[in-house]
Design a protein around this ligand. Structure first.
Ligand SMILES: Nc1ncnc2c1ncn2[C@@H]1O[C@H](COP(=O)(O)OP(=O)(O)OP(=O)(O)O)[C@@H](O)[C@H]1O
Ligand SMILES: [Mg+2]
Length: 1106
């Protein structure tokens, strides 16, 4: 994209009219035309923007454009309304200056569009955020609503604003929008009831009928057909390029965004419908008895529907159209209205209804968009007022509109010139005042409080008596006749001038923008703006919230007999306030120009533009601007722009910018009268000089471009070369490194191979040597070993030979000696040598025998092993030694015994002495230990009594069989033996059967057999003997008898108990002696011992043979 740094770049014509050369109306128009043809619709006069209406959409209002103009200096880019908006917004935000944007121009010149561009630009560049965006949206959306109700199609503009609008946008210190306030000025309400040919009523009527749904229309009792409504002109009901239905949707949407409630919208539409209905009410005359005509409503249907819409009682309204109540001096009088008056009343009501609705709308929007904060605000005002109008038939409205434009022109002239002059003074530049047309005189003609036209009109309206538009014109003719800008037929006549273009009922004012002929008809009425009180009271009574608010004067409780201020007075006051407001702000001007009357693109009507240029005073504007100096610029940007034209300032100037500009201009030999140095700006008198500078700059830029190109190319090639060189060095370095690495690796691996070979060879060589050496050493040692072996063997052989020889010699010698000795001593030797040799031999044998006994047999007394006898003559010794050894080891064994064990062995020994080899039962008892107690009496509770019976220690307690002598069968008895007695007791009960003191016992008889029978024989005559002897049987016979025997042996006072061992013995049973005989045999009942009584004297016991 091409980047501009000045409006002077790529200029079409000149962007700033101040630079035009030569300055004339023609060149001015020519420049405008040239730019217009190239779609350059904006041109500057200094800081004023001239805007030509292109009548076609141009791609210059895009978001990109907004960004392009954002934060750029005014003259930096080609002229644009955005540049002005940006300048104003930045000055507001950064310099805290309240701004106003004054948009002027005639109807259709593009004021409203320009105001919308300004607003949308500001909305786009100011802060963002949810709340801020809502405010922006509401501010922007207020436009479609107001345009629908306040704009209409006129012959000059399809979307002509029929009201003046001034909107204050309020910002906070950061420049974020807070809200806004709209002031509206005098709606052209006459349009509601009547529109000039080729024009339309306000858009909303058409939009409602085209865009509302059938349902809505039904509710509003409306018909879609325009022709059904008297107030809607039909010749321009539809406008090319305007889609009323779509606009209606836009308006409804906008109303919603702005914050209108659904019921509010409904009420508004009801009022609009009511106005349409009102227009359809027609009247007919009805003669009264007093001869006057009285008006009556012709067809009451529309009236009825209208009353239903607004909730008004039909009769009340009907009466208000027929009668008029006049109150004077506390008296009420009712007069009838004729048909004309009824129509007047109807139209007045319609106009009032609509204009009051419009004002209410503005207030309602203000309520929505008003800033929520009370903190200090910065304000940007946008004034879009109806343009200067010259119609064929100009009335009160045009007079008011043109008066307003006159005032704005005055402000424009005042402020632009004052600003210009102030700048020269501020910058210390010499300045001579410039003459220009000041329209203050025209303003004075209209607004002068004493004899101004508006004052005259008010005076006339308030005057008692008959007041007509003619009387008003007469008054003007007397008061203003002398004024140079006022003309009328009469005033001309008085100067003996005839002007047929001036009708009788007209006056003409020479406005700044041209002469306008006003028809006085309707001036008084319109200024009075009267609405019969009966009508306002009827409206107040309506059961409709909005209508009630719109007609507060209808409230009977607040009847005010004072006349309301006239329309002219109100307008003058509000214009006065507006002017004050504008003067307090920094002005920014957009002067809109209409290129043709056809509302068509591409047509540039020179005469029309010329006319506008003239009355807008644009030429004067340029002249004033150029009278001093055509162009001015701060030193810094000026030096920045032209510094390349001088060697001293290019490329950098060190020092203040002013010095740089001085050096620059001197160097360029610009004549001294062509410029002046201000305090902060350079002022250039002639555009010629500026163009000279620009041309020089352009040439220089070309040179510079070539230079830059050259340097750039050089730099690029150099950089490229350096890069290549650097790359080459890097590549070479890397390659060398790589090659060296490779080489090194080769050398290294070769060295390693070489080294390994050498090492291998060396190692092998060394190994060979070592092996050789080792083999040599081994050979040497083997040889030497063999040699030593041979030597040794030889030596041994020799020694052996020698020894053998010596031995042989010795033996031979010994033998010879022995032979010699034996021969010599043979005679002595035989006498005692034999005995000595024998003793010696025996001694040697004994010695050897005893030494052989060193290893002793086992120490166990039961070990029977003993070494064999070596020589027969040692037999006795050998046996004796065995006996001695056996005794010794038995002693050793005994010495280990405890006392208890000793006693046991003693008993065993006694048993051995008693029974060994005497009784066959004995061997089987040897291995059984003598436990004594086999019954465990103490533990058995059954034998408690028996226990207590026995006092001494029980030596034997066992169960024995007591043999019955009658049948030889045994009965079990407990046998107890103590040191003093023996006791027999019942086995089951423990009851004592017999107790025999041991002294009463004489002997005990047992058999030799392998049985347990024993008889206890009692001493004859003893107390125990009375019952007779006892024949008992026990397996532990050996133990019992031995213990019995031992007790007898140990006690000194008693005789030893004899033990008889025989197979036949006698037993004394009471008186009878019975022989008990033991025989060997096989008993019938198996292997046990059986006792059988053979006869009275014999009991036979058969014992199984062993
Ligand atoms: N910058 C523009 N680009 C395109 N079309 C434009 C531009 N300015 C104006 N127009 C066209 O010109 C028409 C009239 O413009 P606008 O309504 O702004 O005039 P105005 O000066 O407000 O007139 P009035 O005084 O009657 O309200 C617009 O409806 C639009 O079609
Ligand atoms: Mg407009």
């Amino acid at each position: 994209m091409e980047v501009k740094t000045s409006l002077l770049d790529n200029m079409i014509g000149v962007g700033d009219m101040v630079l035009i050369e030569p300055l004339s109306e023609d060149t001015f128009i020519e420049n405008l035309k040239k730019r217009f043809d190239h779609n350059e619709i904006y041109t500057y006069i200094g800081s004023v923007v001239i805007s030509m209406n292109p009548y076609k959409s141009l791609p210059i209002y895009t978001a990109e454009k907004v960004e392009e103009y954002r934060n750029r200096n005014f003259y930096e880019l080609s002229p644009h309304v955005y540049a002005l908006a940006d300048e104003a917004y930045r000055s507001l935000r950064e310099q805290d200056k309240d701004q106003c944007i004054l948009i002027t121009g005639e109807s259709g010149a593009g004021k409203t569009e320009a105001s919308k561009f300004v607003m949308s630009y500001v909305a786009a560049v100011c802060g963002k955020g949810q709340e801020v965006n809502k405010v922006k949206e509401q501010l922007l959306q207020s436009n479609p609503v107001l345009e629908a109700f306040g704009n209409a199609k006129t012959v000059r503009n399809d979307n002509s604003s029929r009201f003046g609008k001034y909107m204050d946008i309020e910002f906070d210190f950061k420049g974020d929008p807070l809200g806004g306030a709209i002031s509206n000025y005098l709606l052209e309400k006459s349009r509601v009831v009547k529109q000039p040919r080729g024009e339309r009523n306000f858009h909303i009527f058409y939009q409602l009928l085209s865009g509302a749904s059938d349902d809505t229309l039904k509710k509003l009792k409306l018909d879609r057909d325009f022709s059904k409504y008297n107030y809607l002109s039909l010749d321009s009901a539809t406008v090319n390029g305007l889609d009323d239905a779509a606009s209606f949707r836009t308006v409804r949407n906008a109303m919603q965004i702005v914050g209108f409630m659904e019921d509010e919208v409904q009420s508004i539409l009801e009022l609009v419908a009511a106005v349409l209905k009102l227009g359809n009410i027609e009247f007919k005359p009805e003669s009264r008895c007093n001869g006057y005509d009285e008006s009556r409503v012709k067809d009451k249907n529309d009236l009825k529907e209208m009353c239903e819409l607004l909730g008004i009682e039909q009769s009340v309204l009907e009466r208000a159209f027929s009668f008029r109540t006049v109150e004077a001096k506390m008296e009420k009088m009712s007069t009838t209205l004729n048909v004309a008056q009824a129509y007047y009343a109807r139209d007045a009501l319609a106009k009032n209804l609509y204009s009051r609705l419009f004002s209410w709308l503005v207030n309602r929007i203000n309520e929505s968009i008003k800033a929520q904060t009370k903190s200090r605000k910065k304000v940007m005002g946008v004034l879009d007022i109806y343009g200067f109008e010259i119609f064929e038939d100009n009335s009160f409205e045009q007079f008011i509109i043109n008066y307003c434009n006159e005032k704005l022109q005055q402000i424009f002239i005042e402020l632009t010139l004052r600003e210009e002059q102030e700048e020269y003074v501020r910058e210390g530049i010499e300045w001579t005042n410039i003459e220009y047309f000041n329209n203050a005189i025209i303003c004075d003609l209209i607004e002068n409080n004493k004899n101004g036209i508006l004052a005259m009109l008010d005076e006339e309206c308030l005057r008692p008596g008959t007041v007509t538009d003619e009387t008003f014109l007469d008054k003007l003719n007397t008061v203003c006749a002398e004024h140079q800008h006022f003309e009328s037929r009469q005033s001309k006549n008085s100067k003996f001038l005839t002007d047929h273009s001036l009708p009788h009922n007209c006056f003409r004012i020479q406005h700044y923008a041209g002469k306008v002929l006003y028809r006085v008809e309707g001036f008084v009425d319109k200024n009075n703006d009267l609405l019969y009180r009966d009508l306002s009271q009827a409206m107040y009574k309506a059961n409709h919230s909005l209508i009630k608010i719109l007609f507060p004067e209808g409230n009977p409780a607040k009847v005010n007999l004072k006349r309301p201020p006239t329309a002219g007075f109100q307008f003058k006051a509000s214009v006065g306030t507006l002017m004050k407001n504008l003067l307090s702000k920094n002005p920014n001007y957009i002067r809109c120009i209409k290129p043709n009357d056809k509302k068509a693109a591409h047509i540039f009507t020179d005469s029309l533009v010329c006319h506008q240029v003239r009355y807008l005073g644009l030429m004067e504007n340029v002249r004033v601007r150029r009278a001093g100096y055509a162009f001015r610029q701060a030193y810094e940007p000026c030096l920045e722009r032209y510094k390349m034209l001088c060697k001293q300032t290019w490329p950098h100037w060190k020092g203040p910018a002013r010095g740089g500009v001085e050096v620059l201009l001197t160097d360029l030999q610009v004549p001294a009268e062509e410029f002046a140095y201000g305090r902060s700006k350079i002022f250039i008198r002639n555009p010629r000089t500026l163009f000279f500078l620009e041309e020089k700059r352009r040439q220089c830029l070309e040179d510079l471009a070539t230079l830059i190109q050259k340097i750039y190319r050089g730099w690029k090639s150099r950089t490229h070369f350096l890069l290549l060189k650097k790359s080459q060095v890097v590549v070479a370095a890397w390659y060398r490194r790589f090659a060296q690495q490779k080489k090194y690796q080769n050398i290294r691996s070769s060295a390693l191979v070489f080294q390994s070979f050498i090492r291998g060879w060396k190692a092998r060589k060394l190994l060979r040597e070592l092996k050789h050496k080792k083999r040599c050493e081994k050979a040497v040692s083997t040889i030497s070993a063999y040699w030593h072996g041979t030597q040794a063997r030889r030596e041994l052989k020799r020694l052996k030979e020698e020894a053998r020889r010596k031995h042989a010699v010795a033996v031979i010698w010994a033998y010879w000696l022995g032979l010699k000795v034996r021969r010599e001593y043979r005679k002595f030797f035989r006498a005692n040598a034999g005995k000595k040799i024998y003793d010696f031999t025996i001694q040697r044998i004994m010695q050897k025998y005893f030494l052989g006994l060193k290893k002793m047999p086992s120490m166990s007394p039961v070990d029977k092993s003993w070494p064999a006898r070596p020589y027969g003559f040692l037999d006795g010794t050998h046996q004796e030694l065995r006996r001695i050894f056996h005794l010794w080891r038995c002693k050793k064994y005994r010495s280990q015994f405890t006392e208890e064990k000793k006693a046991t062995y003693e008993e065993k020994l006694a048993a051995s002495e008693l029974f060994k080899d005497k009784k066959a039962l004995y061997p089987s008892s040897v291995g059984q230990p003598f436990k004594g107690d086999y019954v465990e009496m103490t533990k058995n509770p059954k034998y408690q009594k028996l226990n207590s019976f026995v006092e001494d220690k029980v030596l034997v307690a066992d169960v024995v069989s007591k043999i019955n002598r009658a049948n030889g069968k045994g009965a079990p008895r407990i046998f107890l033996l103590t040191k003093k007695s023996l006791v027999l007791a019942d086995q089951k009960t423990g009851q004592v059967k017999a107790s025999v003191p041991l002294p009463d016992l004489s002997s005990v008889s047992v058999s030799t057999q392998n049985d347990g029978f024993f008889a206890l024989k009692l001493k004859e005559g003893s107390t125990s003997a009375a019952k007779g002897d006892f024949l008992l049987s026990s397996d532990r016979l050996i133990e019992i008898i031995t213990k019995l025997h031992c007790i007898g042996a140990t006690s000194a006072d008693r005789n030893k108990i004899n033990i008889d061992i025989s197979d036949e013995f006698l037993v004394q049973f009471k008186q009878d002696k019975v022989c008990v005989k033991f025989i060997q045999g096989t008993p019938k009942n198996g292997n046990g011992v059986a006792c059988k009584r053979k006869n009275n004297r014999l009991l036979e016991v058969s014992v199984p043979s062993p």
